[in-house]
Write a protein that binds this ligand. Sequence first.
Ligand SMILES: [Zn+2]
Length: 182
Amino acid sequence: MKAWKHFCTINHHKMLVMKGCFKVGLYRQGLLHDLSKYSPTEFLVGCKYFQGNMSPNNAEREDKGYSAAWLHHKGRNKHHMEYWIDYGPDKCTGITGMKMPTKYVVEMFIDRVAASRNYQREKYTDESPLAYYEHGKQYHIIHEESRELLECLLHMLAECGEEETYAYIRYEVLKNKRKKDK
Ligand SMILES: [Zn+2]
C-alpha cells in the first residue's frame, strides 16, 4: 500500500536526519526536521505519487504543472534554500537568495546526505552527496556564503569522510561548547 510505504519512507528519512543532527548537537532541528510532511497537504500527495526512488513532488509537478506539496513544504522548512528566496534588500536586486543562518545550512547538508543514502542504497559512498549536488547546482538560487559553506562540507565529506566532517561541523562551524568526548 502506497500510504504505508510513504509513511515508512518519511520516518526512515527523519531518523537518518535526526542521527546526523544529534551528532553535531542540533537536537531541536533533529526532532523537528520535515514535520510538515505529516500534514494532509503534503502527506496525501506523497501517498498518491509515491515512487520509492525519487521525490513524489516531481511526479505531482509533472502531472499538475506545479507541486502544491513542495510549495507548502519549502515555505515552512528553513533548511531548504528555497525558503530563503526573497527580493534583495536594495531596490535593484530582484528575487535572490538571502543568507541562511549557519544551523540551517548544516541541516540542509545532513538532509542531502540522508536523501542520497536513501536513493542510492548500496551504491552510496561519501562522494554521492557531492555528485548529487554537482548535478543540480546550476539551478540553485542561494546566497554566495551559504553556497560556499554547503560546498565546503560536501567536499570535506567526499575527501575526509563522515567522522571528520561531523566533528568539523560540531566544533568549528557551529562552535558547540561541549568538549570533544573521547
Ligand atoms: Zn525538507
